[in-house]
Design a protein around this ligand. Sequence first.
Ligand code: P6P
Length: 322
Amino acid sequence: MMKGQDLHALLAEDVAKVEGLFSVIETLAGTAVELWHKIQRAPFADILGSAQHTNVQGEEVQKLDELANDRMKERLGALPAVAAVASEEDETAVLFHSNGTLLVCMDPLDGSSNIDVNIPIGTIFSIRPRRQEGPVSETEFLRPGSEQLAAGYFMYGAALTLMVTVGNGTHILTYDPDAGRFIAHAVNARIPEKGKIYSVNEGNALQMPEGVQRYLQHCKSSETLTGKPYSLRYIGSLIGDFHRNFLKGGLFLYPPTASAPQGKLRLLYECAPMAMLAEQAGGKAWTGSGRVLDVVPERIHQRVPFYVGSARMMDELKTFIG
Ligand code: P6P
């Protein structure tokens, strides 16, 4: 694997071990390119704003959420390897091929409320193996994130960026519109073991557990790992906040709050894929009571408290909430 390679060349050796795995990643990538072009034209293509209904999460669905979800399911469902898809936008898993060997979890368009203000948003995905054959059941998704075969996200910003892992390092590629391909520019990327950024919705601070509140005060002191107060950076888009902290070093927190006692972020298609990307790059991801990738979900839309980022900053956090 090396910089300058396209997606297939970069992953060929690793994905060859799992039949159909690359076809899923390649299909997600092709759909992401289509979505990116639409998002760039959204302001004059009548695809901004609300779709006038709420999803299973109780969140108002944006028109682009619906478009992304429909397109991704249409394309994934055409792949014989895909047994089922669990999507943030659908109450139950969508079952496809009983001979399929792969399960796909996805947040088709995370951070979609930021569409209208041109803040980076994205598609988060996770690909897992089936452990059984025959008719597909939603319960097959209820396995720990440590079993993920691949995870990643497409970030729709000024550039179309893909961060991906297939269990052998975390890699970053950017779409080259002239070449019509994703090109690798960071191979086996590493999260700095410490940084000076913390990312949290401080507006919820008084609703958070006491240990987290003490940590947030610590971040504003000169007792931190850097000997100076950290900087708060939070754009309200998980992919944007994660990506910045991944590259610069930092810690993202979505703790339990009074209104979200299990946290807001969903395990299967937000926390587990981000956790795999982080751990494959030397970072850590925690729920406040254990490793994210060890959690066995009870429901496909289960939420967990989520802390992810630089290893030494996570260790520092654990001294407050361990
Ligand atoms: P809050 C976007 O809606 C999202 O799911 C994530 O992308 C983001 O990190 C989080 O919610 C922001 O939540 O409660 O701070 O607005």
